[in-house]
Design a protein around this ligand. Sequence first.
Ligand code: AMP
Ligand code: ZN
Length: 464
Amino acid sequence: MNKKLRLYNTLTRKKEGFKEINDMKVGLYTCGPTVYNFAHIGNLRTYIFEDVLRRVLEYNGYKVNHVMNITDVGHLTSDADEGEDKMEKGAAREKKSVWDIAKEYEETFFNDLEELNIEMPHAKPKATDHITDQMELIQKLEEKGFTYKTSDGIYFDTSKLKDYGKLAKLDIAGLEEGARVEKNPEKKNVTDFALWKFSPKDSKREMEWDSPWGTGFPGWHLECSAMSTKFLGQPFDIHAGGVDHVPVHHTNEIAQSEAAADKAMANYWLHGEFLIMDKAKMAKSKGEFVTLDVLKEKGFHPLTYRYFCLGAHYRKKLNFSWRALEGAENALKKLYAAIYDYDDPTEVDTTYKEKFVAHINNDLDMPGVLALMWELVKSDMESSKKLATLYEFDKVLGLSIRDEFEKDEEEKAEIPDTIITLAEQRQMARDEKEWNAADDLRIQIEKKGYSIEDTKDGWDLKKK
Ligand code: AMP
Ligand code: ZN
């Protein structure tokens, strides 16, 4: 038992002392991406929060077994198991096979994680590789009387589970009342959800499987129940995801797993709040979203986005704006500039380390860590000790402080790729005679601390 680490558990709505199931080991399951499009920076905020969680557990000495699923099938556009299949829609948009887009977007997703210094999960099971496990889970639920059949699939009867909706503290009666008009008439309760959907009779799906119930595909909550148990056992320690998963996805994962095995699914449930842009939650389905590539094209270093996210507590909404991102970039640059002048690291300052541990163990208080970090940088401690202490903080911050310090003079003077990208875009704008766009790009380059001169072969960039 670690009496010091306290985490906010959505199940109890309280900060609780963390107690692992197996001595100094933690099973951690985080819901992964649906690979039909790029991850947007809202999604990435959630993965950064989960990375901080994992690093804090590791900092406390736990051996973490981290599993993240890849949803590559059967994820419909609405939470109510209706609408189009996101994967098939993505494939049609790009005129590729579902399997191809899944592979491509999985790759870009893990590249994004790497650029954000997010530690890789130990297992990344794909839904399509675990269809049999999912069918076995349905069979178990069927044997225990939790399922019924409708014309379009096999459903979970939520009224059979006495504490259905406990995670979200759902008001089931209120939901029934409000949903009368739109409720699928074949569903017994408004909260019932599909375990298996039948393929449409008049068309062939790219992804479908034969099953004891008919050809079709699994419901989207099923993979997490099946794969978390397979990889981590039941119960396991911590399940995390974005806050939107509380009322439906995680509620239904809990229903399936607990109905099947008569025991808790996971002991701690942690949820990260949303990234907000223009007063609305950023969402993939709306089609207007900012990706990490967009940030890079605008000349931002990926770690600027990590720094930006660390500035807000994970349970608070975070407003995204370009100006706020510029603020994060300036701060990160200031940090790097400060450490360039430091002496080689010696020993870690114990007072600062204690304060650091108190912050991270207080439900991952990263804004507190950033404030402490600046207090340290501004203090009159010898620089060698400051650096050693910053290396310690960076085990959780993940801002590449050591890599920056160890860069040689030549590397430090190198023009970053992000600035070169801006220069290339400016050149393109000039070639197209888009003078205003070219001017804007020059201003962006100058704001980032570089000057650009045109030469007969192209351009010359210099650090100001
Ligand atoms: P998805 O690929 O849509 O299943 O989402 C992947 C993860 O991102 C999930 O854990 C979501 O809860 C989370 N998420 C989705 N939108 C946002 C947002 N605007 N801000 C933060 N997290 C989000
Ligand atoms: Zn999940």
